[in-house]
Write a protein of this length. Structure first.
Length: 270
């Protein structure tokens, strides 16, 4: 698709649907577990001058016996934390029936990898956000091609909300040393084939916290528009994704390094 044709189809909008030289970080716990837990992370992010906090309320767990999230209670905690620390909040919607509930409490909607081709969910999110222009962070499925991803994105945008951030979070390959294989080439390919900003979720492909800094630096170097990084006050006790979550101190160190790297590229971590 030519740039001019694409431009007409996806007009640039204020807020996150626009690519800028500012790199946003969506950090926060995998799951919201308590007010204390969430507020501690939110305080760290606000102290670093970041603008968003993420957290899971409805968790797409592989095993139904695993922690499923606190649901509406988590949304209430997120709203209170967002207000207290001046942060926008981002959470995943797994079911169409939760879209309006999440819209009541949070600023951004995440579509997870497992719902990448849940076309009725994507369509319903597109309809529900058409007037509000709510940011939708749309993750790539771990067995989805970029062409399928961009096609699926249109289920959201066709109703008028172009404020979509595409999020690469690792794909399945034969490699087992990492949880998923981070497809860093998704950054230039998405930049070439669309006008959407691209986020790199560095936590889910890593699966282990010591790999997170390298992937985050690679994402910034590759030109990612935003990053997603999971942070937990005490990862050892996390109810989901403990091994890949950074402590607030580790996260603060990483943000410092990323800010130096971004400056070299003429960009700014916000
Ligand atoms: C998450 O962000 O916590 C999550 C479940 O991500 P994904 O859909 O990429 O697995
Ligand atoms: Mn997670």
């Amino acid at each position: 698709m030519s740039d001019s044709k694409n431009q007409a189809k996806y007009p640039k909008l204020p807020d996150l649907g626009t690519r800028t030289d500012e790199i946003e970080i969506f950090a926060g716990p995998c799951s919201v577990e308590s007010e204390e837990q969430f507020f501690e992370v939110a305080e760290t992010l606000a102290g670093l001058g970041l603008r968003w906090v993420r957290g899971g309320a409805f968790k797409p767990r592989t095993n139904p016996h695993s922690f499923q999230g606190l649901g509406e209670e988590a949304l209430q905690i997120m709203q209170a934390g967002g207000e207290k620390y001046g942060l926008k909040t981002l959470t995943e919607v797994m079911d169409s029936e939760h879209i309006s509930l999440v819209q009541r409490y949070c600023d951004g909607i995440q579509v997870g990898a497992r719902n990448f081709q849940n076309f009725s969910l994507l369509k319903n999110i597109g309809i529900a956000t058409a007037k509000t222009n709510t940011m939708v962070l749309f993750k790539r499925g771990f067995a989805g091609t970029i062409a399928e991803w961009l096609a699926a994105t249109e289920y959201i945008t066709q109703h008028g909300n172009d404020n979509v951030v595409l999020c690469e979070r690792g794909i399945r390959t034969y490699e087992t040393a990492t949880r998923f294989t981070l497809d860093i080439s998704a950054v230039p390919v998405i930049h070439k084939q669309s006008l959407f900003p691209i986020c790199i979720d560095v936590s889910h492909p890593a699966g282990q916290r010591d790999l997170v800094p390298s992937l985050a630096k690679a994402a910034v170097a590759a030109g990612a528009d935003s990053l997603m990084i999971e942070v937990h006050p005490d990862p050892q006790t996390a109810l989901s994704d403990g091994p890949q979550q950074l402590t607030p101190a580790q996260f603060a160190d990483l943000v410092g390094e990323l800010r130096e790297l971004a400056a070299v590229l003429g960009k700014k971590i916000v």
